[in-house]
Design a protein around this ligand. Structure first.
Ligand code: NAD
Length: 356
C-alpha cells in the first residue's frame, strides 16, 4: 500500500506529522513518501503542483493531504496560487466523489450552535459530485445580451449540465457507501425547477433499483437546507451535485461546531483517493503548536476505510479519537471550561496512547 504524503503549508505540516505517527503505530505494510505541494512547492520549484509531486500522487493508492495556502500568495497569478494544486490533483486523478462526514461527538455537543438534543449522536455523510455541474459546464462567460430582460446589456452566464455516466457513477458510490452504514440515501435535487436535476433524479431512481436493500428518498435542495438545521439526524447518506453539495456540506460541517474535527475524502472510479481535513492552512495559528490534528487523523482513518480496505484499522483510529475526547483533552479550538487544554503534539501523543 503506497501513500503519497503532501503536508503543504501552514498548519499542514504540523497536523500531517501527527497523522503519520498514528499510521506508523498501526504496524501495517505502508510505504509512505512525502512531497512538496502548495506554497511550499512554489517556493522550491516555482509551481504549486510540481510534476514530481503529481507523479507520486498518481502512482500512490492514496494521498494524505494537509492544507495549502497563505495570504502572501494572494497576489500571484491564479495558476501559480497554492490552492490550484488541489484542483490539479482532483482533475489529474479524476476525483469525482467527495465524501464529507459530519459527526457530532458526544463530548463536543456544546460546540454546536444547535440545541444538544438535535445533534447529539449525529452521523451523516454528504457525498458531493465534484467534477461536473454548473462549476465546469460549458459554455460560460460574459457577452452582450441579445434577448432576455435587458437586450443590449452586459450579461454573464454559466451552464448547468450532467451526463448520464456522471450521475450513474456518483449514485453508485452513494448506494455502496450507504450499504456500509444504515442503508438510507437521500438524493438532493431541484427537479421542480431545473431540467438537469429532473434528469439527475430519474437516473438516481434507476440506479437505486440495483440496490433494493437501500432505502432511497428525494428532497429538494431548499428543503434539505432547512431539514439539516431542523432535524439533521434523520439523514444518513446525502448525495447531490457539485454546487448543492458545496453549500450543504459546509452547512452540515458547521452543525458539529468545529472545523478542526472534520475529515474529508475525494475518490475516483478505482477508489484511489485524496484525504484531507476540511479546513485550510490556518496561517493565523501556524507554527504555534496549537492546531487540532484530529481532522487529519480522522482523514487517515477514512483513507484506511475507502482506499486501503483496512476497516478494522480505521475503526481503531476512530475509537482512539473518541477515547481521547472522553478523557477531556482539547486543543484550543474545541476547548471548554472543565476540560484540559493540549497542543498539537500532545493531542497526537494521546491518540497514540489510546490506540495502544
Ligand atoms: P482556515 O480553515 O485555514 O481557517 C479558518 C479558521 O479556523 C482560522 O481561525 C483557523 O485558525 C481555524 N482553524 C482551521 N483549522 C484549524 C485546526 N486544525 N485547529 C484549530 N483551528 C483551526 O481558512 P482561511 O483562514 O479562510 O484560509 C487560510 C488559507 O487556507 C487560505 O490561503 C485559503 O485559501 C487556504 N485554504 C486551503 C484549503 C485546503 O488546503 N483544502 C481549504 C480552505 C482554505
Amino acid at each position: 500500500m503506497k501513500i503519497a504524503v503532501l503536508p503543504g503549508d501552514g498548519i499542514g505540516t504540523e497536523i500531517v506529522a501527527q497523522a503519520i505517527r498514528v499510521l506508523d503505530a498501526l504496524d501495517l505494510p505502508f510505504e509512505m513518501e512525502t512531497a512538496l505541494v502548495g506554497g511550499a512547492a512554489y517556493e522550491a520549484h516555482g509551481h504549486p503542483l510540481p510534476d514530481a509531486t503529481l507523479k507520486l500522487a498518481k502512482e500512490a493508492d492514496a494521498v494524505l493531504f494537509g492544507a495549502v495556502g497563505d495570504w502572501k500568495y494572494d497576489k500571484l497569478d491564479r495558476p501559480l496560487r497554492p490552492e490550484q494544486a488541489i484542483l490539479g490533483l482532483r482533475k489529474n486523478l479524476g476525483l469525482f466523489a467527495n465524501f464529507r462526514p459530519a459527526i457530532c461527538y458526544e463530548q463536543l455537543v456544546d460546540a454546536s450552535s444547535l440545541k444538544p438534543e438535535l445533534i447529539a449522536g449525529l452521523d451523516i455523510l454528504i457525498i458531493r459530485e465534484l467534477t461536473g455541474d454548473i462549476y465546469f459546464g460549458q459554455p460560460r462567460g460574459r457577452r452582450t445580451a441579445v434577448d432576455g430582460h435587458f437586450p443590449g446589456a452586459d450579461e454573464a452566464f454559466d451552464t448547468m449540465r450532467y451526463s448520464r455516466p456522471e450521475v450513474e457513477r456518483i449514485a453508485r458510490v452513494a448506494f455502496e457507501a450507504a450499504r456500509k452504514r444504515s442503508k438510507r440515501v437521500t438524493s438532493v435535487d431541484k427537479a421542480n425547477v431545473l431540467e438537469t436535476f429532473q434528469f439527475w433524479k430519474d437516473i438516481v431512481t434507476e440506479v437505486g433499483k440495483e440496490y433494493p436493500d437501500v432505502e432511497l428518498d428525494h428532497m429538494y435542495v431548499d428543503n434539505a437546507a432547512m431539514q439539516l438545521v431542523k432535524a439533521p439526524k434523520k439523514f444518513d447518506v446525502i448525495v447531490t451535485g457539485n454546487m448543492f453539495g458545496d453549500i450543504l456540506s459546509d452547512e452540515a460541517a458547521m452543525l458539529t461546531g468545529s472545523i478542526g474535527m472534520l475529515p474529508s475524502a475525494s475518490l475516483n472510479a478505482s477508489n484511489q483517493g485524496l484525504y484531507e481535513p476540511s479546513h485550510g492552512s490556518a496561517p493565523d495559528i501556524a507554527g504555534k503548536g496549537v492546531a487540532n490534528p484530529l481532522a487529519t487523523i480522522l482523514s487517515a482513518a477514512m483513507m484506511l476505510r475507502y482506499s486501503l480496505n483496512q476497516e478494522d484499522a480505521a475503526q481503531r483510529i476512530e475509537t482512539a479519537v473518541k477515547k481521547v475526547l472522553a478523557q477531556g483533552l482539547r486543543t484550543p479550538d474545541i476547548y471548554s471550561a472543565g476540560t484540559t487544554k493540549v497542543g498539537t503534539v500532545e493531542m497526537g501523543d494521546a491518540v497514540l496512547k489510546a490506540l495502544a
